[in-house]
Design a protein around this ligand. Structure first.
Ligand SMILES: NC(=O)c1ccc[n+]([C@@H]2O[C@H](COP(=O)([O-])OP(=O)(O)OC[C@H]3O[C@@H](n4cnc5c(N)ncnc54)[C@H](OP(=O)(O)O)[C@@H]3O)[C@@H](O)[C@H]2O)c1
Length: 277
């Protein structure tokens, strides 16, 4: 099916947006890939770039702006989208935000639900692709030693390809309107098990070093902005406690199939040569 209108994808150079845009194009939809560096310039910090993203858009994939004032901007943006006749919004949220009751993050969901437009909320857990595309894990894999704060706790890392598949479905099929989809992988594994799978597939030696929360926070603060470090430590502690190992059924409910297994991600990334040798 091809839509006459476009679908706008925010964060289109990022881990999820890139794949959402690709999947929609493969399905024959017209896509506006929007971000600061993308083909359609969109900047949360520059409101003059917003109109071009909402104009003639049937649906919008929203990656929220996690910065001070980001929620106010989101509210203005969804108002603009409603006035422009956009029909559907799909918001990337996170399962941890509901589990931990993070008020400011959850306000984004309220804003989208209150937009007056059809909405779908995606609540993924940590991405499998963090091991190849998100520095706090990927750099450790590259360096041959991944430092982490999750102890022996397990987590059901979700494949970003599944997030993109659910987002694409929600952007094009009204049956997903009004749904919250908590998205996980097929099984929960520890960081040590994840790294062992990558080491085995690539033939590389990769160590893991588990730190307690305070030492891990100090480590992260040496390498990343404090807010990034603090958020990684908070979720790491939840994983360490075992409370975050549970599976959710959003992929099954949205797509009628099982989630991709972590091993499929590892094989695909290995074959693509993302970890070198
Ligand atoms: N990683 C995880 O495990 C995980 C799990 C659950 C939820 N999440 C949530 O996922 C979101 C990140 O999504 P992602 O991983 O797909 O993205 P990402 O890989 O972190 O990339 C960020 C995207 O946002 C764009 N961007 C950054 N600043 C912007 C601005 N001022 N205006 C417009 N666009 C901007 C970037 O493109 P340009 O640089 O071209 O602008 C890029 O396309 C976060 O909200 C995070 O909390 C992540």
């Amino acid at each position: 099916m091809t839509t006459e209108h476009s679908i706008s994808v925010l964060g289109a150079t990022g881990k999820t947006g890139r794949r959402v845009a690709a999947q929609l194009r493969n399905e024959g939809h017209r896509v506006r890939a929007a971000s600061r560096r993308g083909p359609h310039r969109f900047d949360w910090d520059d409101q003059t770039t917003w109109n071009a993203v909402v104009r003639d858009a049937d649906g919008i994939y929203i990656l929220p702006h996690e910065a001070p004032g980001g929620n106010e901007r989101l509210a203005t943006f969804t108002g603009l989208a409603a006035n422009a006749g956009v029909r559907r919004l799909v918001l990337l949220s996170a399962r941890e935000w509901t589990d931990l009751g993070l008020t400011e993050s959850l306000e984004r969901e309220d804003i989208v639900r209150d937009s007056g437009l059809a909405w779908t909320i995606l609540r993924p857990v940590w991405f499998a692709q963090n091991f190849s595309e998100e520095p706090f894990f990927a750099k450790g894999v590259d360096d041959g030693e991944l430092v982490h704060g999750t102890g022996e706790g397990r987590h059901p890392f979700v494949d970003v390809r599944d997030i993109a598949a659910v987002a694409s479905a929600a952007l094009t099929d009204e049956r997903h309107a009004g749904q919250h989809y908590a998205l996980t992988g097929a099984r929960a594994i520890s960081v040590e098990e994840a790294v062992a799978a990558i080491a085995s597939a690539t033939g590389r030696t990769i160590r893991t070093r588990a730190l307690d929360a305070d030492t891990y926070r100090e480590y992260l603060h040496r390498h990343y902005p404090p807010e990034v470090g603090d958020s990684v430590v908070t979720l790491s502690e939840r994983i360490r406690s075992g409370q975050d190992a549970y599976l959710s059924d959003g992929v099954q409910r949205a797509l009628g199939r099982e989630p991709r297994d972590f091993s499929e991600y590892v094989d695909e990334a290995t074959n693509a040569g993302v970890w070198g040798r």
